[in-house]
Design a protein around this ligand. Structure first.
Ligand code: PLP
Length: 378
């Protein structure tokens, strides 16, 4: 393996984040306090993961046992797992072939009298086609909880992701577009849901720590509900405040890399570049190419292995949920039930795309991809 390995992802942590963490540690307040409050004021309700945000969102809209929730099969298990926390049923739907986003035309067929919500996932950071999804939700009286783990910052028809559906959930996991190590956020315009999520994120008690231990608070609290332990730490929020202030700058850096990749791969018929729809801004969390296997002598797995030998780290987003043993065996899904996702799975490769990549790194990825393609043309 070459000595210069380009990893699939490196978080963009700078001196500012390091200083902010040290300041927080020195302040003596480690758990949820003024930093989390400040991070929230910049935005919305902060929790300790994107999964927690999704869980709280489904609780807020009142999901119960035996309800059904529409989930794309082309996603990470967290999107469907949170439905199972309620003993409700995730009902999988196929993706579009080009964008790999939930196919709005296949949602209606999956709706039953038990369906309560749809969780569109903005795959790779490209917003789903929300207009038809919101129309279906309205027609069938369903809630829309957006899994925007990849989609900060993104816009759809001029609206920021986070202001479109009923509740939107973001992730600040280490590989996401901004990170707090582990962390997440839920946004909503419904104050009742916001209050419910805030309460349930800290044991279902009626005050949070920053109020209890400051002048305006007291030792008194009431348990309203058996809630969860999903609060974000001030250490994480200190990083988050710095990361959020760089969010646009980091996005521009990723967008520039996507532009260069697009341009350089355009004349390789073996590589299908990400399909970008009009009237939206892609967050470019992922850059997912699809291999035209008819034009190649190697499989996707061999392609990934050859890239690794050339010193390029990659990943696969995602192994569709219906192919995993749990979802397959529990709900009886067969591979061919979702032909678009199944076909895409054999062809997708996520290339490195993050602000810490140098121009030389980007050139190395392009050089390696081109070389492998040329050596393995059919
Ligand atoms: C990362 C991710 C999540 C979960 O976020 P965590 O912060 O890791 O809990 C949910 N959905 C999708 C699509 C993701 O990629």
């Amino acid at each position: 393996m070459p000595s210069q390995f380009i990893p699939f992802h490196v978080p963009a942590i700078g001196a500012e984040e390091i200083r902010a963490v040290v300041d927080t540690l020195e302040s003596g307040w480690l758990t949820s306090g003024t930093k989390v409050k400040r991070f929230e004021d910049d935005f919305a309700e902060y929790v300790n993961s994107g999964t927690a945000a999704l869980h709280l969102a489904l609780d807020a809209i009142g999901i119960r046992q035996h309800d059904e929730v529409i989930v794309p099969t082309m996603t990470f298990t967290a999107t469907a797992e949170v439905v199972l926390y309620f003993r409700a049923k995730p009902v999988l739907v196929d993706c579009q072939r080009d964008t790999l986003n939930l196919d709005p035309n296949q949602i209606a067929a999956a709706i039953t009298s038990k369906t309560k919500a749809i969780i569109p996932v903005h795959f790779g950071g490209q917003p789903c086609d929300m207009t038809p999804i919101l129309e279906i939700a309205k027609a069938y009286k369903l809630r829309v909880i957006e899994d925007a783990a990849h989609a900060l910052p993104a816009t759809y028809r001029g609206k920021r992701v986070g202001t479109i559906g009923d509740i939107t959930c973001f992730s600040f996991y280490a590989t996401k577009t901004i990170t707090t190590g582990e962390g997440g956020m839920a946004t909503t315009e419904n104050s009742e849901w916001a209050e419910r999520m805030r309460m349930m994120s800290l044991h279902g008690i009626s005050h949070d720590a920053w109020k209890r231990y400051t002048k305006e608070g007291s030792w008194y609290y009431e348990v309203i509900c058996p809630g969860f332990k999903y609060n974000l730490t001030d250490i994480a929020a200190a990083i988050g405040i710095e990361q959020l202030s760089k969010c646009t700058e980091l996005w521009k850096a990723r967008k520039r890399i996507a532009y260069v990749y697009d341009k350089c791969f355009a004349d390789l018929p073996e590589i299908q570049i990400p399909s970008c729809q009009p009237n939206l801004e892609h967050a470019w969390h992922l850059y997912v190419i699809q291999l035209n296997l008819d034009h190649l002598k190697i499989t996707r797995n061999q392609f990934i292995e050859e890239l690794r030998e050339q010193g390029i780290g990659t990943s696969v987003h995602f192994i569709p949920l219906h192919l995993h043993p749990y979802y397959r065996d529990t709900f009886g899904y067969k591979p061919q039930d979702f032909p678009n996702a199944r076909l895409a799975f054999e062809r997708i490769v996520s290339l490195p795309i993050y602000p810490r990549m140098t121009e030389a790194d980007v050139e190395s990825v392009i050089g390696a991809v081109s070389k492998i393609v040329k050596q393995n043309r059919r």
